[in-house]
Every structure is written in C-alpha cells, then in structure tokens.
Design a binder for this molecule. Sequence first.
Ligand code: UDP
Ligand code: MG
Length: 139
Amino acid sequence: MRTDRTFTMLKPDSVEKGHIGAILEKITSAGFKIVAMKLTQMTTADAEEFYAIHKERPFFGELVTYMTRGPIVAAILEKDNAVEDFRTLIGATNPDEAAEGTIRKLYAASIGENAVHGSDSDENAAIEGAFHFAGREIF
Ligand code: UDP
Ligand code: MG
C-alpha cells in the first residue's frame, strides 16, 4: 500500500463560505501535490456508504444531511507520509481541540461542520480515492 497519497474533501461548509481557495493554498503550501480534484455533490446513498463505519453513531443522520447539502471539493493529495501529515495539517475533529494554525482551527465551525475530511489510514485513502475518482482522473 503506497504511503504517499491521501484523500480529502473540502466539505459543504467550506464551499458555502468561499474558503476553497484559502484551504487549497494551505494544502499546497504544506507540500501536498494535487493529483486528482473535482467539485461534486454526494447523494444520500453516497454519504451513507462513505461514512458506513459511523452508521450506529448518534450523529450519523446529521452527518449525512450535512455532507449532502451542497457541493464538496474532492481531491487526492501526494506527499511523503501523506496520511499522517495531512491529519496534522487539518487538526483535531473538534475545532475547539485543534492546534493553532490548523485548517480546522481556522475554518471549522464545530465538531460536526468541520471544514475538511482527511483519510485515517493508507488503506482508507485508497478506498476513498477510488470511491470518488475513476482511474483516468488520477494523475
Ligand atoms: N462528527 C460529528 N460528531 C462527532 C464526531 C464526528 O458530527 O461527535 C462528524 C464530523 O463531521 C467528522 C465526521 O463525523 O469529521 C467523521 O468522524 P470521525 O470521527 O471519523 O472524524 P474525522 O476523521 O473526520 O476527524
Ligand atoms: Mg475519520
């Protein structure tokens, strides 16, 4: 499993607030190369499948509603140690606990509406990237 790629989404709140450019600047300035990217919108079935691991959690319904309410930017990013370094760049799930300067500290409103997704393992990065992109869309 390659360790130099991760998958991200700029979630609907980031797109609604006009933060696409600022967040992409943070990502590329941190040394990540964009190897796939698109503006897209998840259906309810898409979000239920993407977040299936959370389906028993009390926030699952709200999470699906949030993630489907408008467009997202989906991207695959390349850098040495991509998964771990990207999780560091975005910060903790709850922006109140996120380190200063992280994307969630800067742009997330709450633990639910937290601006960005980052894969949590190399295995999930590959699954999530393939969920959103065909092979010919990945460079
Ligand atoms: N989430 C939520 N309430 C919680 C925990 C998570 O609404 O108490 C949402 C939030 O949008 C989060 C997503 O569910 O990003 C997935 O949760 P996970 O624990 O995987 O956090 P992440 O990996 O995104 O930091
Ligand atoms: Mg997660």
